[in-house]
Design a binder for this molecule. Structure first.
Ligand SMILES: [Zn+2]
Length: 458
């Protein structure tokens, strides 16, 4: 078991994956890790006083979190070093009136969140996880508290169709309608099941107290390592909880330094990021402003202008970390012939001429220098011209903040399947690469200098 800078044992990526069936659970786990590592929780509802060397974090909406290690120098002198990733992943989300009786079965109705490979959700043991908003016991129905919901064991299953009823399935593929044919079965019976009762029972609370809920289905099979030598990482939600875990490890172990390090983990990436806690929101920018424009402390009276934020951003570097496509051995023709990342050969640098990835030639140069310091190889990914390219929160943050950015990620197979495959060595290498980005060895200049000879850190 590894140990954090605070001397406490750190949770493994398998623990993090298993403990995070929803973004809310991932943020709650991140919260607990950060508190164990000596970070202080601050609220957006208060005015902050940030001292040099302070470790702090803040959540928004319960599904996004930003953690910071304040530098000894003001951000306007050094810039920010940011790592960004997303906490959400494709899944099935229960509709408000999800439970009904159908043909003698108790079924649930779920809405598709993001872009899962839906066929992979058939014939899996599925549990229920999410959040409950509970009425206070003596408030006459008024607001109470939130509680996380995490059913243990399989609550339902989406049955596929027997081959005898779909003879062409192996030749023509499994074709189905996502509304009519993809039904989670949670039992048998002629009566509509009591969904609130079921959820309350899973959470161990009185059904009368449930005022509202949000619940997703998740695959209950635990994350595992496999392969001949344990080199494969087998789990759902690798995209992108694995990168969230790497970022947490990097900021936990980051020693205090001159510059400010920031880890930003956002919800809503899989649905376009336009939510109050998504990458398009002002969550990160408002925190960077609080860090760059101090209201008290050493710099009081010397700075305090919003220009300090703009100066800081012009000196900053964002590392956007998201899963990358590994070469598929059975579908080699889907990949560019000379850019073919494979598992356990190191983090992948993503490039796209249409800037669906934020990497530029200069920021790629910076990343390679970080990789050299970390002692990890870097692989390159470019999509074929005849295949569409995905995107990440890198371009969103880079354009909104006006800061330099790089897109990287570890290679995985079966992206957006209910169970993906990654490499265990890649995970450790990504942590080292992120530590190098947060560390003092690699200067941001000249990679972000606006022109020759200027932009030097004073
Ligand atoms: Zn992703």
């Amino acid at each position: 078991m590894s140990v954090s800078a605070s001397g406490r044992p750190r949770a493994s990526v398998l623990d993090f994956l298993d403990g995070s069936p929803t973004p809310a659970h991932a943020v709650e786990l991140a919260r607990s890790y950060l508190i164990s590592a000596g970070f202080e929780e601050l609220s957006e509802r208060e005015v902050w006083t940030v001292e040099p060397g302070m470790r702090l974090f803040c959540t928004r909406g319960g599904t996004s979190i930003v953690a910071c290690l304040a530098g000894e120098l003001p951000p306007s002198r050094t810039g920010f070093r940011v790592i960004a990733a997303h906490t959400d992943f494709p899944c099935l989300r229960l509709k408000p009136k999800a439970a009904q009786a159908l043909s003698g079965y108790s079924v649930l109705r779920a809405e598709v969140y993001g872009s899962p490979i839906l066929a992979t959700w058939f014939d899996r043991d599925l549990g229920l996880a999410g959040r409950l908003w509970l009425r206070a016991p003596d408030s006459g129905g008024g607001p109470g508290m939130q509680e996380l919901l995490f059913s243990t064991g399989a609550l339902c299953r989406i049955p596929s169709l027997a081959i005898h009823l779909d003879r062409q399935v192996n030749e023509e593929g499994f074709k189905f309608n996502r509304e009519d044919n993809m039904l989670p079965v949670c039992g048998v019976g002629q009566e509509d099941p009591d969904l609130t009762g079921m959820i309350a029972e899973s959470a161990g609370v009185d059904p009368e107290r449930v005022a509202a809920f949000a619940a997703d289905l998740y695959d209950v099979q635990p994350a595992a390592t496999g392969g001949r030598c344990g080199e494969l990482l087998l789990s759902g939600r690798l995209d992108n909880l694995a990168m969230c875990h790497c970022g947490l490890r990097a900021i936990e172990s980051c020693p205090p330094g001159l510059h400010t390090c920031v880890l930003a983990l956002f919800d809503s990436e899989e649905v376009g990021s336009r939510t109050s806690a998504g990458a398009f929101s002002n969550f990160l920018s408002s925190i960077l402003e609080r860090l760059a424009v101090p209201t008290t402390g050493k710099e009081q009276g010397m700075t305090g202008s919003r220009q300090d934020l703009f100066v800081a951003l012009s000196r900053s570097m964002i590392l956007s970390a998201d899963a990358a496509h590994a070469l598929h051995p059975g579908f080699g023709d889907r990949h560019d012939s000379s850019h073919r990342p494979v598992l356990n050969s190191g983090p992948v640098l993503k490039v796209n001429a249409s800037m669906r990835y934020s990497t530029t030639a200069a920021t790629a140069g910076y990343l390679r220098q970080c990789a050299g310091v970390a002692g990890v190889p870097v692989q390159d990914l470019v999509m074929r011209n005849d295949r569409p390219c995905g995107s990440t929160i890198g371009p969103i943050l880079s354009s909104a903040l006006g800061a330099a950015s790089i897109d990287v990620g570890n290679p995985i197979l079966s992206m957006h399947s209910v169970r993906e495959t990654g490499g265990t060595a890649d995970h450790e290498m990504m942590i080292r690469l992120m530590e190098a980005h947060f560390g003092p060895e690699v200067p941001l200049d000249p990679w972000i200098a606006p022109s020759r000879g200027s932009g030097q850190v004073e």
